[in-house]
Write a protein that binds this ligand. Structure first.
Ligand code: PNS
Length: 168
């Protein structure tokens, strides 16, 4: 069986914390499927297609990393894609209870599924998509916290021109 891992999430939008986990995960698994949750009940800033487009652009040179959308049960999506490993980032104690519940529920639904928790690299331990959206929406700068394509897309969404000095 091919060693494939799924990295599921909302990715609204993807941050450098997510990118860090994906790149480190890619050193462990030859194929990583970044599975973007499509949930019509949840209001998102970026549509599913936009979130996927962004992720594909970031990893366009990495053949082993692909981005697709999924809906319904994660364990079913994993089964359909021949994956037994689900990667999740664990930033702080505050993440633990939700992640613990989710991992055990997935294990109950399908005992073949293993959840692999990865800690983010230290500069990203505080980072979340919601914080990025809040800070940017309030006029703060988020350079270095998200890939350049995300910053560009956020500027478009919020109609905010780039006023930083032109880099030589
Ligand atoms: O980035 P997020 O929003 O924390 O990701 C949550 C996600 C997408 C991993 C989770 O909501 C999920 O797996 N949803 C699919 C539905 C499902 O399988 N639910 C039962 C598992 S608890």
């Amino acid at each position: 069986m091919e060693r494939v891992a799924i990295y599921p999430g909302s990715f609204d939008p993807i941050t450098n914390g997510h990118v860090d986990i994906i790149l480190r995960g890619a050193k462990l698994f030859p194929r990583i499927i970044v599975a973007v949750l499509e949930n019509p009940k949840k209001e998102t800033l970026f549509a599913t297609d936009e979130r996927i487009e962004i992720i594909r652009e970031i990893f366009r040179d990495q053949a082993g990393i692909q981005a697709v959308h999924f809906h319904g049960l994660l364990v079913r999506f994993a089964e359909e894609n021949g994956a037994r490993i689900v990667i999740r980032g664990l930033r702080a104690v505050s993440d633990f209870e939700y992640e613990f519940q989710m991992a055990l529920m997935n294990q109950t639904l399908d005992p073949k599924i293993e959840t692999l928790f990865m800690t983010p690299s230290s500069p990203f331990t505080f980072l979340s998509s919601s914080l990025v959206k809040e800070v940017f929406g309030l006029g703060g700068e988020i350079g270095g916290l998200v890939p350049p394509v995300v910053e560009r897309r956020l500027r478009e969404k919020f109609h905010r021109p780039d006023t930083s000095p032109i880099k030589e």
